[in-house]
Write a protein that binds this ligand. Structure first.
Ligand code: ADP
Ligand code: ADP
Length: 226
């Protein structure tokens, strides 16, 4: 089964604006996939639908075979999402944020604590474990969102513009971390408007523009064509 299978996906917002105009997309299990496109192309809308924050207007979406219309909870358990905007409780400590997130998935407290420690250490945030999230720098917040998205050990990690506004050193360490978890078997889909980011990381690329997929190919082939 594919990690993601999208057929005929359409989204018209409440104001009548159509952001997605019949998208077909398949992401293979284990892939490192970039959805590249300019601002306003429909990347966040696509991710919003995959993470069930946005209702689609039409089309079929399956995640590891689970149809989000009929099997949403199973689909959600397979997915970790790193949104573009920081959306934590400002006063909660980083360690507690992760433990509480694990609680939503019914992970026992002891295991939740072990995982929180594991991901904070891997993402270079362990010395910030007792710091309120609002005190973190932008790059740290981004890494905390990645840790939170991984706490239930999803098979698929989706990141919306993961390194936007992050300085180059942190960006490189985030890229390295994403490559490590992909090598450990996690399928990764990220959106970006930097070709360079897609080129550095991804094996497959789909280009979206004005709500349509205009290109869908392996990175190797794309680079040959350019
Ligand atoms: P839906 O049709 O999916 O219910 P809405 O049209 O009700 O979505 O909009 C949801 C939210 O997004 C509203 O709070 C709205 O103000 C906001 N919004 C409206 N236009 C835009 C836009 N162009 N970009 C981002 N957010 C927008
Ligand atoms: P991207 O992530 O590629 O920048 P988005 O998916 O955020 O693109 O937005 C696609 C289009 O849909 C944009 O034109 C945006 O203004 C519009 N849009 C996004 N959210 C809403 C909303 N809630 N209501 C109306 N229009 C929206």
């Amino acid at each position: 089964t594919a990690a993601i299978s999208i057929k005929g996906l359409t989204k018209t917002y409440g104001n009548g604006f159509t952001a997605l105009r019949g998208i077909d997309l398949e992401v293979k299990e284990g892939d490192f996939f970039a959805l590249l496109g300019p601002n306003g192309a429909g990347k966040s809308t696509t991710i919003g639908i995959l993470s069930s924050l946005v209702n689609k207007t039409a089309g079929k979406v399956r995640v590891f075979g689970h149809d989000i219309d009929t099997d949403l909870m199973a689909a959600k358990r397979c997915i970790g999402v790193v949104p573009q905007e920081f959306n934590f409780s400002q006063f909660e400590k980083t360690f507690d944020i992760l433990v509480n997130q694990a609680g939503y998935y019914g992970i026992p407290l002891r295991q939740a604590r072990e995982r929180a420690e594991h991901y904070l250490k891997r993402l270079g945030l362990w010395d910030k474990r007792d710091v309120a999230s609002r005190m973190l720098s932008g790059g740290m917040k981004r890494r905390l969102m990645i840790a939170r998205a991984l706490i239930h050990e999803p098979k698929l990690l989706i990141l919306d513009e993961p390194t936007a506004g992050v300085d180059i050193e942190i960006r490189r360490s985030m890229w390295q971390f994403l490559q490590e978890i992909n090598a450990q078997g996690v399928t990764i889909v990220l959106t970006t408007h930097y070709l360079e980011e897609a080129e550095q990381l991804c094996r497959h690329i789909a280009i979206i523009d004005q709500g349509r997929i205009i290109h869908n190919t392996s990175m190797r082939k794309l680079l040959k064509e350019l």
